[in-house]
Design a protein around this ligand. Structure first.
Ligand SMILES: [Zn+2]
Length: 119
């Protein structure tokens, strides 16, 4: 799986190509695009690099950053922190987001999936 240019992910959600000027300036879209660009950049700089290792590293960094930002503020009555008030709650929220982003990805289903019928 190393150095396969065809495996390069695109840099944006296909369904948000309209309003690119505005969308691209949003922090979510900036972080999303730069993470994908970083993966492509690392792969381009080392043609022996394993794309799966690069992807796992990006994911580990994203999880690290996400968990850092979801530390509860300490106020037991804070409504913002209700959904992330315990490690288990944070894990559930993280799983929910991973499932949502996966379902929204154009790469979620692949034509080479083993359960795709071939004539
Ligand atoms: Zn809070």
């Amino acid at each position: 799986m190393s150095g396969i240019i065809a495996a390069r992910p695109l840099t944006a959600f296909p369904n948000v190509t309209a309003n690119t000027q505005i969308e691209d300036s949003e922090p979510f879209d900036q972080a999303f695009s730069r993470a994908v660009d970083l993966g492509n950049q690392i792969a381009d700089g080392d043609d022996k690099a394993d794309l799966w290792d690069i992807a796992d590293g990006l994911l580990a960094g994203a999880v690290q950053y996400w968990l850092y930002t979801r530390q509860p503020c300490g106020d037991p009555r804070c409504e913002d922190c209700l959904a992330i008030g315990t490690a288990e709650a944070r894990m559930a929220e993280l799983r929910r987001l991973v499932e949502q982003f996966s379902a929204e990805s154009q790469y979620f289903h692949a034509p080479t999936d083993s359960n795709v019928g071939r004539a």
